[in-house]
Design a protein around this ligand. Sequence first.
Ligand SMILES: [Zn+2]
Length: 569
Amino acid sequence: MIRLFDNIKTNSNKPKLRIITLGGTETVTKNMTIYECGDDIIIVDCGVGFPDSEMYGVDVVIPDFSYLLEHKEKVRGLFITHGHEDHIGAVPYLLQELNIPVYTSKLVQGFINVKLKEKKFKDISNVRFNLLNPETTEVIVGNFKVSAIRINHSVPASMAFAIKTPQGTVLHMADYKIDWTPVLDKPIDLGKIAMYGKEGVLCLMSDCLGSTAEGYTKSESALGETFNELFENAHGRQIFVTTISSNISRMYQIITSAIRHGRKVVFSGRSLEQNSTVARDLGYLQKEDSIYVSEDDISKYKQENLLYIVAGCYGQQGSSLDRLSRGEHKDIRLEKDALVIFSADPNPPGVMEDVERVMSNLTLRGAEVVYSAIQENLHVSGHGTRGDLITVASVVRPSYFIPLGGTINKMRAYRNMVKSLGFDEENVFELLEGESIVFEDGFAQKGDKISTKPVYLDGNMSDSLSPVVIKDREVLSTDGVFVVILPISKENKTLAARVEIVTRGFIYVKESRALIGKSTDVVNKVLDKYQGKIGDWNDVKFNIERSVEKFLAKETGRKPLVIVTSVNV
Ligand SMILES: [Zn+2]
């Protein structure tokens, strides 16, 4: 049991404010922040993390909800800043445990509903959505008064939150940039942010991902002309554009350009189709049916009259683009002189190899591949660089800072940047996962760290994988498996027949009869200790596993997964 946050009233009779980061620091993804004040807790964001390629069979990593579940009765609501996976991906898992109201934009509500349906969530109609309007709404939730603030990011309708607490106001500014010419949104509401600054802000929680890059981040609208030029020059050819499925502003520009060049739009990839449908319904994307063609109907059109927006810009295995690149797409055939445009993060962390593989396959099949390294203005970041971050820090002028959404190096760069603006670096807190800050009477200090463990999931709602399972899968993939089968008599619990050994992916059995023979000897030697009587199966199993593992490591230098199992005869 995690110690309850002590709710002793302070001198000024106001409950303390505690901010805990459950994710979104260090690893960048899996964003989740807890605000706790008196008897109330609110949560900001609830995202997934993405597994390393060594995490076999793990689809997502979610934050550890233990602390929230142990303080269930205090949790008042979930506030969501924007519709990216690393901010909303874990919402279905949280709502399954805690039926709390969700405060967010209409677009995010649409994206979350898609997820709930996909996960076969039981009572979608019972999920209590409360829509926030950055122009008007202020909601009171226990000790918190929350207002939304318009900001810019790479998905429309992104928001920051001004969270008023008895200890002061916290501005929660997750992923943001300053875009004076956004495609679908209004520009960031710097006026409102400055107004809070004037009133006095206790703490600014700020995006820090771009804190090592100079200047201002380019506007999303800088890309429109690039698509026009590329499409113009590819007259008569098949064209594919790949981008992430939540980048609705990017899609809007691609579709605008497609219409201009007399092409109809085909979405290929499930999440692209689902998200674009939500965005069309809400008026973020061009509505008219006549613009779009479904994948099933493409044979009715000439390829030069279509434009494909395909999923798989990060080289995801099995994605639409991946299948196309291998000639395995069931509906679309890549033509020899096709143009394939990558309009996405040019350096996606951890997946560059996959992107390279897909690009190579496309090139080998005769396509022309265009990407950021060889073509200007194909992608702009949704995160502000130093110019954006400094502007916000300067108008807010908070007492304290907590950088968000960046590795420790980005947090440190943010701290140094803030120091160069004349702030005291001691007032910038770099929070690691599970760490907290307690605010009391205008002062802040590090609070207790709550213990968190990684929670791995393999896509299916109900299955959570323990680190042990992942370790097993890793071993299986490299050193194979070595199974020892003991036929045990039902009646007298003794060995009823010869010990069997089966191996897969470990050694070539024919050439290793000797090794298997010796392994059998090792097993028999262990059994001898029990004098033939198998009483405590777990004990026998454990001792055989350890002995065989040791023997194989010594003989072969490898560590296959050793499984000892029994059959009753
Ligand atoms: Zn984001």
